[in-house]
Design a protein around this ligand. Structure first.
Ligand code: ZN
Length: 312
């Protein structure tokens, strides 16, 4: 690997991790954005449940994951540290804020300008997330649908500036589309698209054309939501195949976007059983059976994801 991945336990060469999932969550707590966390778990019980899921994934070959929860939505650095120590799964935490479509935007995201937001991100990557000394190893950003409002554009520009200062990889959430507009903003700020992973690709109008457009610009994509009930494997395999058949397998990563603990009703988004081992155990073999080259399919959850994270 050219560099190291910045995990919650320190900087590590990820090449020994085995299966590496770029976009997962341990905890999502939307209530935290209203200043009122809603999780009904104590620390030990919560960590215990997470470790159970991670240990099961470890048995399926998973050695590392990107924990892409943004600031104020259940991103608990101490939980990540403890879960990583006990399970042996390396965890890369995120700095960055979510979009304003689904929840009120975080007060800091609303109040700060691009420079001040950049300072927050850089500090979280170089010193520690929130009030901890646990450093973030990726920048999460997100947009809603239809257009990119001023507040979200500000976050994308801060993401770009913090990336330029630290080289941290960028994991971008699209709700359905807007990846082109995200990449336009990143490129206007001097970001090489190879530092970006567009998450949640493969849905909405003209998704094939839009997917290939992002790949041609050099961006990585994550085909994720694997195990969600509205994203059956056959459909997700079809998304991978569009990218792979066009020669872009080296820019594809796979993830479940699963989570273990969440506030609000269980199955809020029809999310599956937080099975972080499903991709190596079931999905990759299905991908290969569907005609994707075996070495290329395994690279999507090994080298491609490891290379993307190893930027420090
Ligand atoms: Zn996610």
């Amino acid at each position: 690997m050219a560099g190291l991945a910045r995990t919650v336990l320190g900087d590590v060469d990820p090449s020994g991790w085995g299966v590496t999932l770029v976009h997962e969550h341990l905890v999502v707590d939307w209530g935290e954005l209203q200043g009122k966390p809603k999780l009904r778990f104590g620390f030990e019980e919560g960590v215990g449940r997470i470790v159970e899921r991670l240990a099961a994934a470890r048995a399926d070959g998973v050695g590392g994951l990107g924990e892409c929860t943004p600031i104020g939505t259940g991103r608990y650095a101490d939980v990540m540290v403890e879960a990583s120590r006990r399970s042996g799964v390396a965890i890369v935490g995120a700095t960055g804020f979510f979009h304003e479509g689904w929840t009120p935007m975080h007060p800091l995201a609303k109040a700060l300008d691009v420079d001040a937001l950049t300072d927050v991100y850089v500090r979280e990557i170089t010193e520690g997330m929130g009030a901890t000394t646990v450093r973030a190893g990726l920048i999460k950003c997100a947009t809603g649908e239809g257009s990119i409002p001023v507040a979200e554009e500000k976050l994308l520009r801060a993401t770009a500036c913090a990336h330029r200062a630290t080289n941290a990889p960028i994991v971008a959430h699209i709700t359905e589309s807007m990846e082109k507009e995200q990449l336009d903003i990143f490129e206007s700020e001097g970001v090489d698209p190879s530092a970006v992973c567009i998450s949640h690709v493969g849905s909405g109008e003209r998704w094939q054309e839009r997917l290939l457009g992002a790949l041609r610009r050099g961006a990585n994509v994550s085909v994720d939501m694997i195990t969600y009930d509205f994203a059956p494997d056959e459909e997700r395999i079809g998304v991978v195949r569009v990218a792979a058949d066009a020669g872009f397998a080296g820019q594809v990563m796979l993830a479940h976007d699963a989570l273990v603990l969440q506030s609000g009703p269980e199955q809020m988004f029809g999310i599956g059983p937080s099975d972080f081992g499903y991709i190596p155990r079931v999905f990759v073999p299905r991908l290969i059976a569907a005609g994707v080259d075996a070495a290329a399919a395994w690279a999507m959850v090994r080298e491609n994801a490891q290379r993307f994270l190893a930027r420090f």
